[in-house]
Design a protein around this ligand. Structure first.
Ligand SMILES: [Zn+2]
Ligand SMILES: [Zn+2]
Length: 447
């Protein structure tokens, strides 16, 4: 089947093999998604294909959704049992509790909740060789369709291999009961797709990176829809909350389709990854992922606004490239990354993204195609629009509101691009020799 050139509903992309004009094949293993009012009513139809369902919840999510799931399943004659976890460290003890409570005949599991419950169910069902589904109680990030899980192993947050869910249920009657902070985090993660897709378009133009127009259009269509309607998230409008969750699930599907995180994670995510690392090193608890991405998106938009207003001097960019000092870079990375520096330095040794010859080539392309680059930057939403949406949900939109001071902010803007070898707006501004002055300008403007 040919990958649609005009975006279709989410279910049109699931569990189907697509050939695509980008030259690749696309496949997303997720089978079914229902995000609507009373979506829980679709649960028996899916679970009824199995012998017995094992639902996993904690006390909070049991009250929010677990109890209702059990009523609906019982009324339809679907065999189901629910565990209300007592061991909620999402560690070895939780795995043990799940194992002890598991019904012998269960052949499908269900995570009732978000983040940690999903990750644990994703992992546990994977290790038990059974499929799982998700009944969401909130939609604070785009990890629903992910195949990795984060657990606490030996007291350390550890990323482990798992699998993607077979189905996802988002009942908007339940989602609207989620706290504003969670709604805003989901919105923040979704708003970040605007800068992330711009990164990909820039990379295609400047480095010739592989690009899938159909995947980009698909993600873009849901970001545009949400940008248009997000104002009503404040009133917990079920339609808008449903479309935020759909956008988050869909970007996860887009990652599956494309085969890596390019369609969903760009420089705004590199900012968040850097903050996660720094907060962990300092023993501080960071705000939720989506909240960080929202703040990161505002920062990137401010930087691009500064770039659009700046005088770009390609001769100066070439001089900056020629003057690049690998040893000085390494010293900066050691300072900015602390104990995590070696991984960054090793990655750069493989990726060579800062190497002068490659950078000079990119500067040549940028000079030749600057009007196209500018029009990509001009198509981005205004930083004030995104900040305003986050503010309307009482959500942080500035670094200082989430515990990031000016020193950390400066390191973030200058060095978070080293987190991954992926070409982004930040790498582009660095290529032009403007990352330091423009970052300082943004930091001053935020005072
Ligand atoms: Zn994200
Ligand atoms: Zn494609």
């Amino acid at each position: 089947m040919e990958m649609p050139a005009t975006p279709r509903g989410l279910n049109a992309y699931l569990n189907r093999r697509f050939t695509c004009s980008c030259g690749r094949e696309h496949y997303a293993p997720l089978k079914f998604v229902s995000i609507r009012e009373n979506a829980l009513e679709d649960l028996p139809g899916f679970a009824g294909q199995f012998r017995s369902l094992y639902l996993i919840s904690d006390h909070t999510t049991y009250e929010i959704a677990g109890k209702r799931c059990m009523e609906i399943l019982a009324a339809s004659g679907v065999k189901a049992r629910i565990a209300v976890l007592e061991h909620t460290g999402f560690d070895e003890a939780t795995v043990g509790e799940l194992l002890i409570r598991m019904p012998d005949d269960c052949d499908l599991m269900a995570a009732v909740g978000t983040g940690a419950i999903n990750d644990m169910t994703r992992y546990f069902s994977f290790r038990m060789g059974r499929p799982f589904i998700t009944v969401a109680t909130a939609a604070p990030m785009d990890g629903f369709a992910s195949s990795l899980a984060v657990l606490n192993v030996n007291g350390l947050k550890t990323s482990v291999e798992a699998h993607t869910p077979s189905a996802i249920f988002g009942d908007t009657n339940i989602l609207r009961g989620a706290p504003y902070s969670m709604i805003a985090a989901g919105l923040g993660d979704l708003l970040g797709k605007s800068t992330c897709l711009c990164d990909w378009k820039l990379a295609r133009l400047i480095t010739g990176e592989h690009y899938c127009e159909n995947t980009v259009r698909l993600v873009e269509s849901c970001v545009d829809g949400v940008l248009r309607d997000a104002g009503s998230a404040r009133d917990r409008d079920p339609k808008v909350l449903g479309s935020i969750m759909e956008g988050l699930v869909l970007t996860g599907v887009a990652m599956s389709l494309y085969g890596n995180s390019r369609p969903a994670s760009g420089c705004e995510h590199h900012i968040s990854h850097y903050w996660e690392m720094m907060f962990e090193q300092q023993g501080r608890r960071p705000v939720p992922h989506g909240t960080q991405v929202g703040v990161g998106t505002v920062l990137i938009l401010k930087l691009t606004e500064a770039l659009r207003a700046a005088e770009v001097d390609f001769a100066a960019a070439r001089r900056a490239a020629a003057a690049y000092d690998q040893a000085a870079w390494e010293a900066d990375v050691r300072r900015a990354y602390g104990p995590a520096a070696q991984g960054v330095i090793d990655m750069e040794a493989r990726a060579q993204k800062n190497k002068t010859s490659a950078r000079l080539e990119r500067i040549g392309v940028m000079e030749a195609r600057w009007p196209e680059i500018l029009s990509l930057l001009e198509a981005l939403p205004a930083s004030e629009t995104v900040a305003g949406l986050l503010r309307s949900l009482n959500s942080p939109c500035l670094p200082r509101q989430i515990g990031v001071d000016e020193g950390l902010l400066r390191d973030t803007l200058l060095f978070c691009k080293e987190v991954r070898a992926r070409y982004t707006i930040l790498q582009m501004i660095w290529d032009l020799g403007l990352l330091e002055p423009l970052s300082d300008q943004v930091i001053r403007d935020l005072r």
